[in-house]
Design a protein around this ligand. Structure first.
Ligand code: KIV
Ligand code: NA
Length: 264
């Protein structure tokens, strides 16, 4: 696989070509994903749940994300590699810069931050200092204690309008990708059309530019349960490499996610 950059993703969006992405935490899986030509990988703070068995993502530290980012980069030199900024690591723009630098030095090409309008200054500060940013909107798991659980976000019209505004604001602040998690498909479609930058969805229907899954969900091996929006691609293929290829194909053709994986 040739080296994937944000320019490729921008081009794919303009061409209407959909793309897949997946989380990765270690070199062996990262290499397998790159061999199957997975263009985008994320070292997600979901590692707190799927690797560490914690109840939520809040205990994850910058050092842990950096450790896994080094491993994933070693296995996949060419994917566009995003790394999550963990809970409270970007409470101020200055902290965000200091912590983002650790993840960029570990091999990330971009950092991902959860939040809406309040992140605008942080995002411009990072982008101006050469740290590419992905903004994560919708169900932002670091806010689980504010939301009172993992619930679909943006269901009422005021909240939906606010999310569209936030997406545009964060794009204007310098965000180069938006991740939308657990929002109604119609809202994800509005946001995808409202911004020129690629939008990657998870539980956001199939009109976003890209899709992302937690790798353990894609293989059906998550410790606790399978979210509605995920699919076990290993079950129908019986082979890890075939499962990854099937996931990529099904995203590219628009077959995944189907209506059974989507919120209305
Ligand atoms: O941590 C993670 O795995 C994520 C994805 C679900 C987008 O943020
Ligand atoms: Na995350």
């Amino acid at each position: 696989m040739k080296k994937i950059t944000i320019n490729d993703l921008m081009k794919w969006k303009q061409e209407g070509r959909k793309f897949a992405s997946v989380t990765a935490y270690d070199a062996s899986f990262a290499q397998l994903f790159e061999q199957q030509e997975m263009p985008v990988l994320l070292v997600g703070d979901s590692l707190g749940m799927v690797l560490q068995g914690r109840e939520d993502t809040l205990p994850v530290t910058v050092e842990e994300i950096a450790y896994h980012t080094r491993s994933v980069r070693a296995g996949s030199p060419n994917a566009l590699l995003m790394a999550d900024m963990p809970f409270m690591s970007y409470a101020t723009p200055e902290q965000a810069c200091e912590n983002a630098a650790k993840l960029m030095r570990a091999g990330a090409n971009m950092v991902k931050l959860e939040g809406g309008a309040w992140l605008a200054d942080t995002i411009s500060m990072l982008a101006e200092r050469a740290v590419p940013v992905c903004a994560h909107l919708g169900l932002t798991p670091q806010s689980v204690n504010i939301f009172g659980g993992y619930k679909v976000q943006g269901r009422d019209i005021d909240k939906a309008d606010e999310m569209v505004k936030d997406a545009i604001l964060l794009k204007n602040a310098g965000a180069q990708i938006i991740v939308l998690e657990c929002v109604p498909a119609s809202l994800a479609e509005r946001i995808t059309k409202a911004v020129e930058i690629p939008v990657i969805g998870i539980g956001a229907g199939n009109s976003t530019d890209g899709q992302i899954l937690v790798m353990h969900d894609m293989f059906g091996i998550s410790a606790n349960y399978m979210p509605k929006f995920s699919k076990n691609f290993l079950a129908e293929t019986g082979d890890m490499r075939a499962a990854v290829t099937k996931y990529i194909k099904d995203v590219e053709t628009g077959e995944f996610p189907g209506s059974q994986h989507t919120f209305e």
